[in-house]
Design a protein around this ligand. Structure first.
Ligand code: COA
Ligand code: MG
Length: 354
């Protein structure tokens, strides 16, 4: 779909709510980007975002499995994803949608920071069925996850269906947080354009793009790579995902560690992802959550380092000097920004220390 068509979707959405005398919705959209400021990466300048949602661990729960959905009532995790896509067999999609709709209204999940829903990919042809059933819930999902985004056109097609579905609901103040997936060679090549378009559409449509998930296993299948323990075959893709996401001030969620009983190698891979700049990691089992959330949290020593560095840098700046020495290392603006990232993460969520 061309940019004019995307503008048309945005226009018709705004017009629809104007017709319903819901100008409040339009006003809230205009101001929403000014509410909070969150630094997401040292390479980025200050990013404007609505309230920050930590997603250190992003845990999948197959929507077709009622028992596992029920487990969410007793679990503590930054983000739980009720899944309609790859965790659900093709002949159980209808069960998954109904379970998810019911769960949104009935589950009490005080330990889950972000209760998200992953719908199917645009090329599945069943996105409209997913959204139509799930959006019958009284409590709408805060976060929607859209897998296998390969082109800007996938975002446009999603927007059309999403706006159509919301038209049937009276929810003028609703704005979903959107997280998209990169899972193919073409999706990776197009990622910059996709994110640029996603940010543009977020200005007027009822969603806000917040992050990118790297769908490692689909990506391996797509390029004909074989998964290895060290994941060297994925290094380029991971670095490209994290760099592109951070260029737009978005979260970057790293690969799944499928050997879910091996917590030692999970920790190694999680720390590696955090070092590379990822903000979180996908998990498939509740036992993986703590290891991952610890790995994506700054340590007490790192927080102390950041606090002292920023304090000293400010004093140093007042004396009119640039670079300085701090604990034996040269410090300039990029290091100061890294330290500020750490402090802003801790401020956002007091629990994020390891
Ligand atoms: N969400 C919620 N609860 C889960 C869970 C999940 N993802 N994975 C396991 N559990 C529960 C189990 O139901 C079990 O509960 P019980 O003790 O009351 O029986 C408990 O945690 C321990 O599970 P365990 O026996 O160790 O694992 P399992 O054999 O039941 O399940 C998997 C293993 C991999 C099938 C399961 O973890 C799973 O379904 N993960 C999600 C897979 C997925 O969504 N993949 C697609 C995205 S990559
Ligand atoms: Mg996938």
């Amino acid at each position: 779909m061309s940019f004019p068509l995307a503008k048309h979707i945005a226009h018709s959405y705004v017009k629809h709510y104007r017709l319903l005398s819901c100008k409040r919705w339009v006003r809230s959209r205009i101001n929403s980007s000014d509410i909070h400021v969150q630094l997401l990466g040292p390479a980025s300048s200050i990013r404007r975002q609505s309230v920050f949602t930590p997603r250190r661990a992003v845990m999948y729960v197959p929507g077709s499995e009622q028992k596992k959905l029920g487990k969410l009532e007793g679990l503590a995790v930054d983000c739980a994803v009720m899944d309609c896509e790859d965790g659900v067999a093709i002949n159980r999609k209808d069960v998954a949608r109904e379970n998810i709709r019911a769960s949104l209204d009935s589950l009490s999940t005080p330990g889950v920071g972000d209760l998200a829903v992953r719908i199917n990919a645009m090329d599945s042809g069943i996105v409209s069925d997913d959204l139509n059933i799930i959006y019958k819930a009284h409590n709408l999902p805060k976060t929607l996850m859209l897998p296998k985004v390969n082109t800007q056109n996938d975002l446009h097609l999603f927007s059309e269906i999403f706006v159509d579905v919301l038209r049937t609901k009276n929810c003028p103040n609703y704005k979903a947080k959107l997280v998209i997936f990169t899972e193919s060679a073409i999706g990776l090549i197009n990622l910059k354009d996709i994110l640029q378009e996603g940010m543009e559409l977020s200005k007027t449509l009822p969603f806000q793009l917040e992050g990118v998930v790297f769908g490692s296993d689909d990506f391996c299948a797509d390029i004909g790579a074989s998964r290895t323990e060290g994941a060297n075959e994925l290094l380029y893709a991971r670095q490209k995902v994290v760099t592109t996401a951070k260029a737009f001030g978005l979260q970057a969620i790293d690969l799944v560690h499928i050997n879910f009983r091996d917590l030692k190698s999970l920790e190694t891979q999680s720390l590696e992802g955090a070092t590379m700049g990822f903000t979180g990691k996908q998990v498939i089992h509740p036992n993986q959550v703590d290891v991952v959330q610890r790995a994506f949290s700054p340590s007490d020593e790192k927080v102390e380092w950041a606090q002292e560095l920023v304090k000293e840098f400010e004093t140093h700046q007042q004396s009119g000097k640039g670079a300085m020495t701090f604990r034996g290392s040269m410090i300039d603006m990029p290091l100061v920004l890294q330290a500020k990232n750490i402090l802003s993460l801790v401020k956002t969520n007091d629990n994020v220390k390891r």
